[in-house]
Design a binder for this molecule. Structure first.
Ligand code: CDP
Ligand code: MG
Length: 872
């Protein structure tokens, strides 16, 4: 056994032939799988590696022996020549040795050395993210080039680089991170943690990723859009690097979730890569379902946590909610209910050693606490968050209102130990994130309120109870409107199980699901759909084309996006002029691809650069990205509806009357309303203002946030522009408005409608029924102006609309009038123009001859007015 230890359980060199002459991937014919190789793959596939039962001591001993024996074995196993020593803190080393993955270092490294692509799957918390980069470093993979590790979340990239640096006793100069807008990479960097988006950007400038010896794609089970695309790219880059004798290895790491999309996809990997399963000890977790599923899961989570804390034995609590605001809200409530004060509790708790002392201290604490609890300290007008105030100013007063039941709960005197409540979400500062890994103050119970960051990305020590809302915030793409938005939905069965698993890391645990088993069984999907199936395909398509992927439809996606959607994207991008007839990215397209928004919006931003309308365009793009900005009329009674609608319409119309150009676009009116909203906001009257003009105040807040974010991104993306975002913006003047209408046409050029003439009304039909009817360029059905549209007053012949929606008829939303003579200029791909003569008229060199063009627009060949243009 001792003799064989180096070869690993499934890797007998005599069987699979690791002699240096057998080049695993040398066969150019991908379908021809070398017999020896196939055996290895099948072996590894069929029999996932099991953890060896070596005790801690043996691991260390074995490693020492290995190091001595390297020269001999090296001839057999292609392994970098060096073992780089890492001197670790003994405490850290002790903790490391407890991680399941440490027992498998041998096998894992041998498989990696022998294969270009390896999949490593293992229970969350088994040590994949923190340990694998260290194994590779010690094996010399960071000697000549860097080790890259990608994470779908910024928080994980940052936290893990910190942790690994600490474990290896090295500085951030060597173990670094790089996420968008932030990083500490240096020329000495050996291991680079980054977001998947950052690596994708690097592929754009260095397709072969020549700086790296190995790329680890972490959290592949999350199926983030960028990780999926990276897998596709890397499957090809690995081959290319191999051909150039400059091998790059790829490791795909994932929690123990569905792996078939990676292993059985022959377009992705012609030969299925070996899978290593890191098995870890998971203690049993008892799952408790709620009998009923309540709407307000934040409130339910609060009640459940109070119950656990006041009635159940010691052990950390982890609560899963969906977003930053909810997390802060619950943290605030829990802190109110179970205050932890450094002075009063900690010292006392620390002093308490014997039970009797503990009891008497508790009595004293009770007295103090009781006193404290009676006087409510919330002042809604003068509110600042206990700890996290700098970062989360968005919390609104309405979010902090408690109902009677909660109020009672808070008021009731609580006893027992204080609760050490910590928030956790992606945008939390590093310092605050780190708190979850630091020891809990003596005498306190840990309680972490988290988004699904704690599901697989970060493992929090000491959790015994999980409270699961069952919800998750999902980025959704509306295929009709093209609008991307975040919506709260039920998570999948697989993630719910991951969440409950968090309670069984250090001992048997409990998971409290705030929904019924019927909901779980009947409504939860088995797995969440990969992001690529939901993402806006236009952006993806342009991005891939811009990275010189010729045949996007045949790109080796682990799960391909909807084919129909891809084809439609291609057409749309051509109309937008970001792709040319041969499907090549145009000059405009390459600029558009730089903006972190959908191409149609990117085009609007790109074209605004040279005018003084950029701040308006940014505002407009933000407004177009948020659904339902206008309030629906109240549903009380019909007369009310009519009255309110009229009042709102009149207000908008009054604005519109302020200048002729406002009559020419719903979006112009909206822009003016938003400029007014900024003023109202600065006076603290936003709610009232929105109410008065029939705007949805949540939407307006969202637009304001988006606008700031977009301005920052546009400026930071170094698209050679210094955007200064003045919170207040004067409403656009007539000149701005005209430019903005043209910009809208440039971005929405495929969404044109032409007024239906009255003589087109079918015989015998009521003409008033068709008063607001239009023909849309790309569909058969008639589309209508909605009663809320300011365009009803002007009924322009040609309009461009933001989106269509259907209720009793198909309505256009966000309608803007355009001049027909703009069409050949701004949407040339849909115009069919002809000159009235074929022979050029005789003219002298300096002559300017005017001639008349005639033409049609779009698939329905709408006649365009005659245009006088200069000739030639
Ligand atoms: O990647 P995987 O889920 O397999 O595990 P990991 O993230 O490498 O975590 C391994 C262990 O390190 C867990 O028990 C974490 O709690 C611990 N850890 C820590 O104590 N401090 C950190 N900053 C990061 C991880
Ligand atoms: Mg991990």
């Amino acid at each position: 056994k001792q003799d064989n230890k180096y070869t690993g359980r499934n890797l007998d060199p005599n069987v699979v032939g690791f002699d240096s002459s057998s080049d695993e991937c040398s066969s150019d014919n991908e379908n021809e799988i070398p017999l020896k190789k196939m055996k290895l793959e099948n072996d590894a596939m069929a029999q996932p590696l099991k953890p060896t039962e070596i005790c801690e001591k043996t691991v260390i001993e074995q490693k020492l022996i290995d190091r001595k024996e390297i020269p001999k074995k090296e001839e057999i196993v292609k392994k970098p020549a060096i073992y780089v020593d890492v001197i670790r803190d003994p405490e850290i080393q002790k903790a490391r040795l407890k991680l399941p993955i440490l027992a498998e270092e041998q096998q894992i490294m041998e498989i990696i050395n022998a294969n270009d692509i390896v999949i490593i799957s293992g229970e969350t918390g088994s040590g994949k993210t923190t340990q694998l980069p260290q194994f590779l470093f010690e094996a010399g993979y960071a000697e000549a080039k860097q080790i890259a590790v990608t994470e779908p979340r910024r928080i994980a990239a940052i936290a893990m680089s910190e942790r690994v640096a600490k474990e290896m006793n090295m500085s951030n100069r060597e173990i670094s991170f790089l996420v968008r807008f932030q990083g500490n990479v240096t020329e000495d960097t050996k291991i680079k943690f980054m977001t998947d988006g950052v690596l994708l950007k690097e592929i754009e400038s260095d397709f072969l990723l020549t700086n790296y010896s190995i790329v680890i794609l972490d959290e592949a089970h999350e199926r983030s859009l960028y990780t999926d695309i990276l897998i596709g790219f890397l499957s090809r880059i690995v081959k290319l690097r191999k051909k150039r004798n400059n091998a790059l290895k790829l490791i795909v790491m994932s929690a123990t979730l569905r792996l078939e999309d990676f292993t059985t996809n022959s377009r992705l990997f012609s030969i299925p890569p070996p899978v290593v399963n890191v098995e870890s000890r998971q203690f049993p977790v008892t799952v408790h379902f709620n009998r009923r599923t309540e709407e307000d899961y934040v409130k339910e989570a609060f009640k459940k946590t109070v119950k656990i804390h006041t009635t159940l034995p010691d052990g950390g609590i982890l609560i899963f909610l969906t977003g930053e605001q909810e997390v802060n809200h619950l943290v605030y409530k829990l802190k109110k209910k179970f205050p932890y004060s450094d002075k009063s509790f900690r010292n006392k708790a620390e002093l308490t050693t014997t039970t009797s002392e503990k009891i008497s201290a508790e009595h004293k604490m009770k007295g103090k606490k009781a006193k404290k609890m009676i006087i409510p300290e919330i002042n809604l007008n003068d509110y600042s968050l206990p700890e996290d105030s700098e970062e989360h100013s968005e919390l609104e007063a309405s979010d902090l209102e408690f109902d009677k039941e909660e109020e009672d709960c808070i008021e009731s005197v609580c006893h027992g130990q204080p609760l050490w409540v910590l928030p956790l979400y992606s945008l939390l500062s590093m310092q605050k994130q780190n708190k979850i890994f630091q020891p809990v103050p003596l005498g306190c119970r840990l309680c972490v309120v988290s988004t699904n960051v704690a599901e697989t990305s970060l493992t929090i020590p000491g959790i015994k109870y999980v409270v699961d809302s069952g919800k998750t915030k999902m980025k959704l793409y509306d295929k009709v409107t093209g609008v991307t938005r975040f919506e709260v939905h039920w998570t999948s069965k697989a993630s719910a199980d991951q969440r409950s698993g968090r309670a069984g890391r250090t001992g048997p645990g409990h998971c409290y699901r705030l929904y019924s088993s019927a909901v779980f069984n009947d409504t939860f999907e088995n797995f969440s759909e990969p992001e690529i199936r939901r993402a806006p395909v236009d952006e993806l398509y342009l991005r891939l084309r811009n990275m010189s992927i010729k045949d996007v439809i045949n790109f080796p996606f682990p799960t391909p996006p909807d084919l129909m959607q891809l084809k439609m994207s291609e057409t749309r991008l051509k109309i937008l002029g970001v792709l040319d007839e041969e499907n090549k990215v145009t000059r405009l397209g390459s600029v558009v691809a730089k903006y972190p928004v959908q191409p149609r919006f990117g085009k609007m931003l790109a074209l605004s650069r040279n005018y003084d309308i950029m701040p308006y365009t940014i505002y407009l793009v933000a407004a177009l990205s948020v659904p339902q900005v206008l309030l629906n009329a109240p549903t009380a009674s019909t007369s009310d509806v009519a009255a309110v609608t009229k009042r709102w319409f009149d207000i908008r119309f009054t604005w519109a009357n302020a200048g002729h150009s406002y009559l020419l676009g719903d979006n112009m009116v909206l822009l003016k309303a938003l400029c007014g909203a900024e003023v109202a906001y600065s006076q603290g009257k936003l709610e009232q203002y929105c109410d008065d003009c029939g705007l949805r105040s949540k939407a307006v807040s969202e637009i304001r946030k988006l606008r700031l974010q977009l301005s920052k991104e546009v400026a930071l993306n170094q698209i050679d522009m210094d955007i200064v975002v003045e919170p207040q913006l004067a409403p656009p003047n007539e000149a701005h408005a005209k430019l903005l209408r043209q910009i809208l046409l440039c971005g929405l050029g495929d969404q044109i409608a032409k007024k239906m003439t009255l003589d087109e009304v079918p015989q015998g039909e009521n003409k008033t029924k068709y008063k607001y009817a239009y023909h849309a360029n790309n569909m058969e059905d008639l589309v209508f102006l909605h009663r809320s549209s300011i365009m009803k007053r002007t009924l322009p012949e040609f309009v461009v609309y933001q989106e269509l929606y259907e209720s009793n008829k198909i309505y256009m939303r966000g309608v803007t009038a355009i001049e027909p003579e703009w069409l050949p200029e701004y949407v040339p791909s849909l115009c069919n123009l002809s000159a009235p003569f074929t022979d050029p008229p005789p003219c002298f060199e300096d002559d300017i001859v005017m001639c008349t063009l005639t033409g049609t627009f779009g698939s329905q060949a709408w006649k365009l007015p005659e245009m006088k243009v200069e000739y030639p």
